[in-house]
Design a protein around this ligand. Structure first.
Ligand code: FUB
Length: 330
């Protein structure tokens, strides 16, 4: 059930005496907007921002056209911003406005986004013309509007999407992505975040390199974490003491739901670690009777040795934020 529908259900429950549900998953962005691929960041104004892709209702083959942001300071009430950028604003792409990421550096906000063109022929893949690359857009505001800052993708080969930008404590930015023949590569970014510095570097993943997309890197204490939808389904992770690896595989922390993709981000906010992700949920108000994607959130907990505890999907989500977590370890 989508956010507004959940609210209507709550009103009906009040009127007719049915049990009330105060669940916060999926997140209630107001309206009927369908969102996926949340990239979570906390900016200097102290608010949480989610940068998301935007599903068209019943869309064909992930043909997506624009990106949105949602901000909140309690993770329950969200303000909608957008579209921040659309493929119509790009000279080099006209489709596939997929999972974005964002960064704040030198007083500017950056939207790092995948986009592309062409057509994927699933029956006869040799006829496919689909291509995707990664662009960078800049704004003075976290909520845009964003402008394409380089007028072309960062590179044309390899085919790439699902960018994830991690800025280390020393200001060095690293770009991770899902790339044709280039999964588990990292690129150092120039100080202005508008170009790649040097070559792509293939990371040592300790011999475990399953199919992946949607990488995410974060730092907790001295430990770096590389998390991803392994086989595009379960969320799993590696740990390292450097953003370029070598990485040690640590396993799955969220199981798959349906035969469907997941995409996530992890961030600390007001003393709590949080996982944002999307779920494919029944959405009866849409016309195609297929599950649609909706953004959700859960608390993320760590064991004393820094490993991540398994996360279950819940309906309550982070509705009681900021929850007091009594013990970090069993
Ligand atoms: O939203 C389009 C694509 O689906 C994303 O880029 C992938 O990570 C998957 O979530």
């Amino acid at each position: 059930m989508t956010g507004p529908l959940a609210c209507r259900a709550a009103v009906a429950a009040l009127l007719f005496g049915a049990p009330l549900c105060f669940g916060q998953n999926p997140l209630d962005f107001g309206g009927d907007i369908l969102t996926a691929d949340p990239s979570a960041h906390v900016w200097p104004d102290g608010k949480m921002y989610l940068y998301t892709s935007h599903d068209q209702e019943c869309q064909k083959d992930f043909w997506m056209k624009d990106w949105y942001a949602f901000s909140s300071d309690d993770l329950v009430n969200w303000e909608t911003h957008g579209p921040l950028l659309t493929v119509d604003d790009l000279s080099w792409a006209d489709n596939f406005a997929w999972a974005p990421d964002a960064a704040y550096k030198n007083g500017k906000y950056y939207l790092v986004f995948p986009a592309g063109t062409g057509f994927k022929d699933r029956q006869n893949p040799e006829n496919s013309t689909k291509w995707m690359g990664i662009g960078v857009a800049v704004s003075d505001s976290p909520t845009g509007p964003f402008e394409d800052a380089i007028g072309e993708p960062l590179w044309r080969e390899p085919y790439a999407n699902d960018p994830s930008l991690f800025i280390d404590d020393d200001g060095q930015a690293y770009l991770y992505f899902h790339g044709k023949g280039h999964d588990y590569y990292v690129a150092k970014m120039a100080d202005d975040l508008l170009s790649v510095e040097g070559d792509f570097h293939k990371m040592d993943m300790g011999g475990h390199e399953p199919k992946m997309e949607g990488p995410w890197v974060f730092k907790r204490g001295d430990q770096y974490y590389f998390t991803m939808p392994e086989n595009n389904r379960v969320l799993s992770y590696y740990m390292s003491d450097s953003p370029g690896g070598p990485w040690e595989y640590k396993g799955v922390f969220m199981e798959q739901e349906h035969q469907s993709n997941n995409h996530h981000s992890i961030v600390e906010y007001k003393g709590q670690w949080l996982l944002f992700y999307h779920r494919w949920l029944e959405t009866p108000e849409t016309g195609c009777h297929k599950r649609q994607r909706h953004v959700a959130a859960e608390y993320l907990q760590f064991n004393e040795d820094g490993t991540i505890r398994n996360v279950e999907r819940t309906t309550s989500g982070v509705g009681n934020f900021p929850k007091k977590i009594m013990a970090e370890a069993d």
